[in-house]
Each structure stands twice: as structure tokens, then as C-alpha cells.
Ligand binder design. Structure first.
Ligand code: AKG
Length: 315
């Protein structure tokens, strides 16, 4: 007996994504848990990427999908693409890190199959491997750029708008009971979709006869430190990156607030003095309207809170 295929949601979500200002994008994202970023790559850029895929035979290489992302020269532009980073910083704050880049070739299944999809799921709380806690951050977003335009048969994306607020659901549970809430979001070649780590979604199955090419980059705010060590971007990829990209892909195991007070200050400053320093810097930063002092004040405050908590545990 063959298992029943999961239906593609009948409702196709329609919206003009090009006319939204930053405030509207934030409002839409906080209500729905996703947003489409139009025209991330021009048709010419998409052609270059597809050429890279062909030249490197990436579609058929049996390699890790993050390794594949780093092989094609044209993919790297996605990491610090201004079209993406401007939206992501608008949504999750100005300081971000790019924790992952992947390339996936979704090959076509038999063309006589009816359109269908994979299972509804979230990307948080399910993917952590021992020693690679990239997906464990308190907040992160997945940005998926499609290099081939979707159709009903060419793996359309299913999303449940607003499902990032379904706090009663455990990440690994069966979410198919919610399928009637799902909508189909058709994405054009060169457009991207950004969704939260806990927005319920499902990739479509590809029954179109041609491969769907997909690039993924995941971003987190720099404060959202993962619970343990994470996989690093390959050394050569980091070293060959321009500064705008490099600053997004280094120091991925730490949170910015935790990492930036020199350790000797943390070690030798009594906890009450850390608190006083934080209060002084934060008060002064408000008086002189200085982001620099405010950032140092916050770092001292975080360090004070951590040391204070540690001392209570020991007591
Ligand atoms: O295949 C797709 O279009 C979406 C991929 C997906 O479901 C995921 O990133 O978890």
C-alpha cells in the first residue's frame, strides 16, 4: 500500500511584496511570521548562479549542502546581499550574524505524480546535532532564495501564517492537523522568503520534470548566543570574503554582549562594581546620547547579571 500524498494548500497567498515600507514589513512579519523579499537577485545574477551550478555539476555532487554553498563563487553574494540584510536587520535588529549557507538541488520526482508537499514542520528544536548548535539560538530567521520560479508542480512553499505564535506545539510533533490553515506561497526566481525559526512550513515536492535550485542563509541577532559550539564557515571562505561579509560570518559561538568585555576585567572586578559601572555608563550614554557608551553599559550589565547569578548558585 502506498502512503497518501500530502496535499498542496489550495489557497494561494497573494500580495504585492514590492510596495511595503520598513514599518509595514515589520508589522507583516510580526503578525504572520514570514515575508517575501522580492528581486533579491536580478535575472542576470540568477543565470550566473545557474551557470555555476552547471559548471561545477553541483546538482549531482554528493557533498554536504553547506559545503556546496561555499563552492559556487556567485552564491557568496547572498550572505551580505544588501536586499537581504536590510530586511533582516529591519526585522531582528541591526547586529546580525549569518550562521549558515546551504545549496539544495530538489530534483524532480516522476512527472505523473500529482502535486504534493513534504510534512509541516518548524526548523527550531529539531536540527541540533551534537557539537553543532546553530539552530539553538533564541531567535533566528531562515532566508530561502529560489533560483527557479515556483508553480504548482515545481515545489511551491506551504506556510501557516501566524503559526510562530503557536507556543503550545512541541517542535517535533506531528503538525498535519493544522494543514487547513496552510497557504501556498509562490515565489519567483530570484525572490526570497524569510521566516522565523518557529514558523510552520513545508517545502513542496517537485513533480515538474526539472530541478528546483534553492539557496538558504540563516541569520541570528548577535546577542542570541547558541547553547553550545557551532559549525564554522570554511576557513578559505572566510578568508576570501570582503569585510562586509566577513563580519557576518565570524565568532558564531559567542553572543556579542557576552564576548566583548576583556576577560581580565570580568575576573578582577568585584560584582557590585560591575553593576555600578553599568549604571554609570548607561546614565551617561542617555545624557550624551551615545550608542557607544550604551553598548558598553549593556555589556557591563550583562556581565554583572551573569556573575551575580553564578554567585547565587554557589551560595
Ligand atoms: O524546500 C523548501 O522549499 C523549504 C525547505 C524547508 O522546508 C526547510 O528549510 O525546512
Amino acid at each position: 500500500m502506498t502512503a497518501a500524498l500530502m496535499e498542496v494548500p489550495k489557497t494561494v497567498f497573494e500580495r504585492n511584496w514590492t510596495d511595503m515600507n520598513a514599518a509595514e514589513q515589520r508589522a507583516f512579519f510580526s503578525k504572520n511570521g514570514f515575508l517575501v523579499i522580492p528581486d533579491v537577485f536580478s535575472p542576470e545574477q540568477v543565470i550566473t548562479m545557474l551557470d555555476d551550478i552547471e559548471q561545477l555539476d553541483l546538482e549531482n555532487k554528493k557533498i554536504d549542502m553547506c559545503e556546496a554553498f561555499c563552492l559556487a563563487p556567485s552564491f557568496a553574494d547572498m550572505v551580505d546581499s544588501p536586499k537581504i540584510t536590510s530586511v533582516v536587520t529591519n526585522l531582528i535588529g541591526s547586529k546580525i550574524a549569518c550562521i549558515k549557507g546551504c545549496y539544495v538541488a530538489k530534483k524532480s520526482k516522476e512527472e505523473n505524480l500529482m502535486p504534493h508537499r513534504t510534512a509541516l514542520h518548524v526548523d527550531y528544536g529539531i536540527l541540533e546535532r551534537e557539537g553543532d548548535y546553530r539552530a539553538s539560538s533564541a531567535l533566528w530567521v531562515n532566508v530561502i532564495c529560489y533560483l527557479t520560479g515556483m508553480s504548482l508542480r515545481h515545489a511551491p512553499l506551504a506556510i501557516i501564517p501566524g503559526s510562530h505564535n503557536y507556543y503550545h506545539l512541541a517542535p517535533e510533533s506531528d503538525m498535519e492537523s493544522l494543514k487547513d490553515e496552510a497557504v501556498t506561497v509562490m515565489i519567483k526566481a530570484g525572490d526570497a522568503v524569510v521566516f522565523l525559526h518557529n514558523t510552520i512550513h513545508a517545502g513542496g515536492s517537485n513533480v515538474s520534470g526539472r530541478t528546483q535550485h534553492i539557496l538558504f542563509c540563516a541569520y541570528r541577532p548577535t546577542w542570541a548566543r547558541p547553547v553550545g559550539p557551532v559549525a564554522k564557515w570554511p576557513k578559505e571562505f572566510v578568508e576570501s570574503s570582503p569585510p562586509s561579509r566577513k563580519r557576518l560570518i565570524v565568532d558564531l559561538s559567542t553572543g556579542s554582549l557576552q564576548s566583548e568585555i576583556p576577560p581580565f576585567i570580568v575576573k578582577h572586578t568585584p560584582t557590585p562594581l560591575l553593576k555600578k559601572a553599568a549604571e554609570f555608563l548607561l546614565t551617561l550614554s542617555k545624557a550624551v546620547k551615545s550608542d557607544f557608551l550604551s553598548s558598553w553599559g549593556n555589556r557591563f550589565w550583562t556581565t554583572y547579571r551573569r556573575k551575580d547569578q553564578e554567585s547565587r548558585v554557589i551560595d
